[in-house]
Design a protein around this ligand. Structure first.
Ligand SMILES: [Zn+2]
Length: 259
């Protein structure tokens, strides 16, 4: 079920059959440039989602509940846009892949309409409740005032349609680096598998593997490169808050570390 965009496309543009005519080569060139543009927009959306999260955390801390709801709505719109881009990317990848595409435009439109119709019928619980980025956002906001307590269901009918995404969502955030096993320092998070590491530790690990290595988290099969990691400001903030709380509790003798 998982799709790894880009991986299988490294040999694109040459189908090996030598049968591409001029028009097809031109089409491929255009499609590839559109795909590059898509990546740029997707990166911008990812940044906007992180900005939403940081903003919502501040608002929640100051008790601005209605403003948090507005950010929540904006985030959902970003996720809708992200979904559309994912669909476009998949359709473009299909068109760039081998095989004959007699009427690429019609093929593209057909795929697009099919998905749009399907997406429109999905409930909010399916669209967002199963989205790992959305769940993480809500979890972060929840943690501001309820650290260590279980978050109640986000939707009345918590959908269980997409097992794949729920596995990601179910991975509880941890504040310890899987490499050093101590508190994360300058946390970085993988764009692909969402696992987080202390910056120095993962940099050393990847350097030893000549720039690319399997994710050090047990059971995770993703390959990591430095370029796949981003500085996780949200996580950094949460750790700082958690450490402040622990410090405050320390004076009152008994406490348990909740991860
Ligand atoms: Zn991983």
């Amino acid at each position: 079920m998982s799709q790894r965009f880009g991986r299988s496309q490294t040999d694109r543009g040459d189908t090996g059959s030598g049968g591409l005519d001029g028009a097809q080569i031109q089409l491929h060139g255009r499609l590839n440039s559109i795909r590059d543009d898509l990546h740029g927009v997707k990166d911008a959306i990812t940044l906007a989602i992180r900005a939403c999260t940081v903003t919502a955390l501040d608002l929640e801390e100051y008790g601005e509940t209605s403003s948090v709801s507005e950010v929540d709505q904006s985030l959902r719109q970003l996720l809708d846009a992200q979904h559309q881009l994912d669909v476009e990317e998949r359709l473009l990848n299909n068109l760039c892949s081998g095989g004959e595409h007699k009427n690429p435009e019609a093929e593209y439109m057909k795929g697009w309409e099919k998905d749009s119709k399907k997406y429109a019928t999905l409930s909010e619980a399916v669209k967002y409740g199963n989205n790992s980025e959305y769940r993480e956002f809500r979890q972060q906001v929840w943690n501001v005032k309820h650290e260590g307590q279980d978050m109640p269901p986000l939707f009345d009918t918590e959908a269980r349609d997409s097992d794949e995404e729920l596995v990601v969502a179910g991975a509880r955030m941890t504040y310890k680096c899987p490499i050093t096993t101590t508190w994360l320092v300058d946390p970085v998070t993988s764009k692909t598998c969402k696992h987080s590491f202390s910056k120095q530790a993962i940099a050393d690990y990847l350097r030893a593997k000549h720039g690319q290595g399997a994710c050090p988290v047990g059971g995770c099969s993703h390959m990591l490169r430095i370029a796949d990691l981003y500085a996780d400001k949200v996580l950094e903030r949460n750790i700082a808050r958690r450490l402040r709380e622990l410090e405050a509790q320390e004076s009152s003798a008994t406490y348990t570390v909740v991860q």
